[in-house]
Ligand binder design. Sequence first.
Ligand code: MG
Length: 234
Amino acid sequence: MSVILRAAAVSDRGRVRENNEDAVHAGPRLIAVADGVGGGPSGEIASEIVIRTLAEMDTDPPPRSLAEAVAAANQRLREAIQADPTLEGMGTTLTAMLAHGDTLELAHIGDSRAYLWRDGKLTQLSRDDTFVQGLVDQGLISSAEARVHPQRSVVTQAMHGAVIEPSYTSVTPRPGDKFLLCSDGLSDYVDVEAIAQTLGSIEDLEECARALVDLALAADAPDNVTVVVATPEF
Ligand code: MG
């Protein structure tokens, strides 16, 4: 058995930012969201380089392992910075899901997120590389407090062309599952109940992705907001 993904993506600059530093890919074998950081245009460059490299995995069979693709993307960031030192400091998050055989492999670094909606329940598949997640893990604050913490945007790990420790996990998909990848422009401003309700109530993937972005826009979307909604096909 071999699984593929049916996916829809929407990315919006939001109501405040003048550029969109998020980048996204939604294909039959790979979905990915990257949220760039850096001065000037460099955040956009970083997320674009990483998504373009990961998109090479959207073939059957994939040309290399997901971990190799992440390492290659990080290497390309390093080369871009070496070629143009003004790009020093640029980086990006990455949350990517690859259909491989009968499983879905997930690679994650930074604070973009992956969720699984299954049987009416929403589960976060990724763990944020953030300062506040560290506080949650130590039992010092709750997840709800983390969402409004003044230092919630402090990311402890991202792709910068230097040494990285991404996390990898895999999921065995079931019929009816919905997967959501999103940048923090969604998850920081729209609560999980509203996300779950939207995933559960809108069948059309394009419409569902649009509705999620609209929730962020309705919350004044101070950040760029990007979502991919996908279902497995067997
Ligand atoms: Mg963001």
